[in-house]
Design a protein around this ligand. Structure first.
Ligand code: GLN
Length: 308
């Protein structure tokens, strides 16, 4: 019989081990707001199914969650359009960088999965079609799952994403030429750039992601935000596509479904046990937090369990 590990002792050990090592990687620099984030921020928060919290470091600082938001937008889109979504977005790993254009041509404007930018842009299009105010609808979903109404967009980051978003413009325009974008390009990108600008802490992310560990429900609540089947699909997509062309490496090293963002955050889920978020801004060449991945590898090694 397995016993519950002492998560705080394990987190303290992870913090100590990495404090002694030099940081590798480069902080995202495609917009000035991310380039200016201190490179040595490091925090981690683990929230268990028993409602316990364990943390260290800068776990309460809010940061730009960037592509982690793709999990929330996908969840909302699945709630509103259900299985119809899969005729417009595939569910296969891409093996390509997150902002790649090349597969779209051969695959007639159908993105490989909802976590590469092209897929998240189709999901954003679905939300624009489904809500009169999609930005407000996404915030409402987040406020409900976190219980925190102060979570919001960073308008400066959103404006900067727009000013530098040439590749995302290219992706939406290209998909629109194939008929896979229903709305105006500007409207779809406005939602996408805003969702990338969402600011949350490790603590808030771990609390929000507990629904993916708990079959779609908050702890101690009757309210189900997603069905068990939807959670199964989202976790499967995180496992196979959550780290772009490094999804295999993350599965291999960590063994949990998860999602990264270029702000340096990573969230991972151990179904029926916990959700965990880690933040360290320097990214490896694939755009994933270098220290974040290493810290999660230590977590599943030191606890002795992953989903495999
Ligand atoms: N804002 C970034 C982009 O669209 C998000 C990418 C990411 O976090 N992987 O390019």
């Amino acid at each position: 019989m397995s016993t519950t590990p002492d998560y705080q002792i394990i987190l303290n050990q992870i913090q100590r081990e990495f404090a002694e090592l030099p940081l590798s990687g480069k902080v995202a620099s495609y917009i000035p707001e991310l380039a200016g984030v201190p490179f040595d921020k490091f925090g981690m928060h683990l929230h268990t199914m028993a409602g316990e919290d364990f943390c260290f470091g800068d776990s309460k600082d809010r940061f730009s969650i960037q592509s982690i938001s793709k999990v929330f937008s996908l969840s909302l889109a699945m709630k509103v359009v259900g299985e119809d979504l899969w005729s417009r977005v595939d569910v296969e790993p891409s093996g390509d960088p997150f902002n790649s254009l090349s597969q779209l041509e051969n695959e007639a404007g159908i993105p490989r999965n909802p976590f590469i930018n092209a897929g998240a842009l189709v999901v954003a299009d679905v939300l624009v079609s489904s809500f009169s105010n999609p930005k407000a609808a996404l915030l409402t979903f987040l406020h409900e799952i976190t219980g925190d109404p102060t979570i919001t967009y960073d308008e400066t980051v959103a404006a900067s994403e727009k000013a530098h978003g040439y590749r995302n413009y290219a992706l939406v325009n290209y998909m629109k030429s194939f008929g896979n974008i229903e709305n105006e390009v500007e409207e779809v990108l406005d939602l996408y750039f805003h969702q990338c600008s969402l600011e949350m802490s490790c603590k808030e992310l771990a609390q929000a992601f507990i629904i993916y560990a708990n079959q779609g429900a908050l702890l101690n609540s009757e309210r189900e935000f997603l069905t068990g089947q939807q959670v199964k699909r989202i976790n499967a997509l995180m496992q196979t596509c959550g780290f772009y062309d490094e999804a295999g490496e993350f599965s291999f090293e960590v063994g949990l479904p998860g999602k990264s963002g270029v702000g340096g955050g990573i969230v991972a889920v151990h179904p029926k046990k916990y959700a965990v978020a880690v933040w360290s801004p320097p990214l490896n060449p694939k755009g994933n937090s270098a220290l974040g991945m290493a810290a999660l590898e230590r977590l599943t090694t030191l606890t002795g369990f992953s989903i495999f």
